[in-house]
Design a protein around this ligand. Sequence first.
Ligand SMILES: NC(=O)c1ccc[n+]([C@@H]2O[C@H](COP(=O)([O-])OP(=O)(O)OC[C@H]3O[C@@H](n4cnc5c(N)ncnc54)[C@H](O)[C@@H]3O)[C@@H](O)[C@H]2O)c1
Length: 336
Amino acid sequence: MKRIGVSIIGVGSISESSHIPSLMKIPCAKLTSICDIRPERLKLLGTKYNIKKMFLNYKDAIDDSDTNAVIIATNAYSHAEIALYAIKKKKPVFLEKPITLLIPHAEMIVEESKKNKVPIMIGYQLRFLPNHTLTKSYMKKYIGQVYSIYIRAETLVIKPAESLLIDYGTHFFDLIRYYLNDQKIVSISGQVIYDKNKIQIAATALLEFESGIHATIELFWLPDFNWGVVDRSLTIVGSKGKISTKMSGPDITLWRSESFRDKMLGPKNILPKETVNPYLPLSDLCYLKELETFFYCLRNKTKMPSNAEDGLKALQIADYILKSFTKGKKFSGLKI
Ligand SMILES: NC(=O)c1ccc[n+]([C@@H]2O[C@H](COP(=O)([O-])OP(=O)(O)OC[C@H]3O[C@@H](n4cnc5c(N)ncnc54)[C@H](O)[C@@H]3O)[C@@H](O)[C@H]2O)c1
């Protein structure tokens, strides 16, 4: 089996902590080169991982004959330019979230990838956490008709220039669409709070899906807190019970109105078996699974689970929330 040669463009923190170590564990992929505008990053990571080919210009990395696919993990403002060049050169792309910062650029990526038949996957890794996979299957099985999804997501780190809604919020807009199998959103309203430096520090949004399901999302950027106190969780309420999980797992809490056990003893706590892995922390597991999925889809020519259109939709949701706040109105009659 010929391995898929991969060039990573942008070897900053996420590439170092997640993409390079994950690639090393995927037998069908081979890291053939790295690219960054900072020579010191190339030197550091090239030496650490014994990577011979290093490029300062993304075009050289994409054009290289060993490059069959690219991982783009540069800062979001450069995603469109680099992704569009890779598409033009017919090289499949794993593109870190957010797809881009501007909707017209994201639309261009969607159009060009379709026109050129170049697969794109956007790096929304929460889809690959075992607690979410299991919560989704239990949601279908146990809690009847779903009424609402509630997400509260506090964080210490965002890229303030890329905004709380886009840099952080799009993770959860994508996750809700994953839970509801890409069901269309028909209305969006939202509120945003800015600090004195005009940086988004909090946002609340209400999304209504075409089946009538409501999703409420609360986002907070709390840079002075610590990870021990931040709250990141998801709760789904249905006609026959409710289910909740912490955003990064590991366990799930399920309560079923039709279960004698749950009525007598209260909610059941479930630990998905995949989450008990002493060698691979959950955060690393989901980055590995998302890249494995990217290569699986490439090899088998199947649809990427979070493709360019999904990336565009997550960005459109962020945009409507912001517009709802600035114009003071709810947007109805949507089909996102
Ligand atoms: N999925 C996640 O949970 C997650 C987590 C962190 C970051 N990210 C995303 O990954 C991307 C990178 O984030 P990061 O935290 O690693 O940022 P970073 O600033 O640490 O790294 C970005 C790297 O890209 C390089 N770069 C910038 N422009 C370039 C260009 N034109 N050509 C080549 N290299 C270029 C920079 O020099 C830097 O080394 C962002 O889109 C971010 O939103 C995703």
